[in-house]
Write a protein that binds this ligand. Sequence first.
Ligand SMILES: *Cc1c(COP(=O)(O)O)cnc(C)c1O
Ligand SMILES: [Zn+2]
Length: 414
Amino acid sequence: MKNVISAVCVHCGHEVEATPTTYTCPKCGGIMDIKYDYKYIREHLTKEKLADRKDPSIWRFKEFLPVAEDLNYPKLRVGGSPLYKADRLAEELGVKTLYIKDDGINPTASLKDRASALAVAKAYEAGMDTIACSSTGNAASSLAGNAAAAGFKTYIFVPSRAPKGKVSQLMIFGANVVSVQGSYEDTFRLSAEAIERWGWYNRNAAINPYLMEGKKTVSLEIAEQLDFDMPDYIALSVGDGCTIGGVWKGLKDLYEAGFIDKLPRLISVQSTGCYPINRAIQENAPWRPMEENTIADSIAVGVPRNPDKALNAIRESNGIAVNVTDEEILSAMRLLGRTCGVFGEPAGVTGTAGLKKALEEGLIPRDASVVSIVTGNGLKDTANAIKAAGEPISIPADMNLLLKAFQEKGFDLK
Ligand SMILES: *Cc1c(COP(=O)(O)O)cnc(C)c1O
Ligand SMILES: [Zn+2]
C-alpha cells in the first residue's frame, strides 16, 4: 500500500503501521484513521485517468483506498450508484438544486456494502477465513452478501427487532446468525466477546478503521458524478456515526489530493426518538446515551459507536444537526417515491426528511445546492413502507365496483 502512510488515533494522535488487523489505538483504545500520502495520490491519479476507467465500482478509486494492488477473489459490484438530479422534489421542497444519491441500489441494498467490501478485502489480506459483526441489520446483510461472494464464513449478531427483510438476507447468504434478545448495545457487547474468544476478523463499526474508508467512496462518487463541482450541503442520516464520518473523510481526502476545492457542509439527521449525536451538537456538550425509540431501525442507536468521528465531521464541516419525527420519515418515504421513483427504507430517507425540515426552519438557504443520500432500500422493511403509503384499492373483478371505487377516491377520469 504505497498510498498509505499509517493509522493515526483520532483521540491521542498515536501513529502505527496500518496492517489488516489494525483496529483501535494500542495506547488509549481510541478509534484510528487511515492516513494517506496525498503526494502519491496526486502523482498516480488524475481526473482524466479516472474518467477512462471502465470499472464503475468502488475499486475505480484504488489510489484512495487502503488495499493491496490486486485482490484476486470474487467480488460483488459495490458502488457506482446513481446520482439523480431531482428537479420535481427540489420544487416541492423549495430548494434550488437537489441531487439524490440512491445507495439502495447496492448489491445488498444499502450503503453498508461499501464498508463490507473493505472488510472482506482486509480479511483476505490478513489470510483469515471468518468474519463477524454486530449490526442493526444492514451492516450484517452487506457483510453476509459480500463474504458469501468471496467464499468467507460469517458470524452475525443482530438485535431481535431487526426487520424480517434484513434477517432473510442473512439467512439466504448463508450466514451463521444470532438474533439477540436485547438492544443494539447488548448485541454489540455479545459480538465483541465472541470475536475476542474465537479470533474472527472484526467488521464492527468504529472498531475497524477500514470500514470508514469504504464508506467514504460515496463522497468520491458524488464528486466524480458532479464533475468535482461540489454542492453546498450533503444531507444524510446518522446512527453510529461511521457513515457521516466516512462521507467527511472522503471529502477531505479529495480536498487534500487536489481533486476538489470546496468542502460541503454536512446535514446530520437523526430521529427525535434517538438523537445522541445531534443532541451533543445542539447542546455543545459531550454525548450521552439515549433510548432507541424510532421506526428507523438502522439509526436507532442509543449508544453510538463512532461519536468522535461523527461529531468531528459535523463540527469541522460547519454542519447542521436536524431531528425528524417518525411521521416526517414516513412522509419522506412517500415523497421520494412519488417524485423520484426512489424507494428508501426509513433510515434511508431520513436525510431527505431532515433536508425538508432544515429548509422549512430556514436553517439553510433556498438557493442552496444539496445532495441527499438515500442510504438503504425500502424493500428491506416492507411493513414500514405499507405504514407510510397505505393499502391499495381492494375490490372483486367488477367494472361497476371499479367505477364506484374510483369515484370514492375522487379520480378525475373522463
Ligand atoms: C447504518 C445505516 C445508517 C447510519 O450509518 P451509521 O454509520 O450507523 O451512522 C443510515 N442508513 C442506513 C440505511 C443504514 O443502514
Ligand atoms: Zn490513542
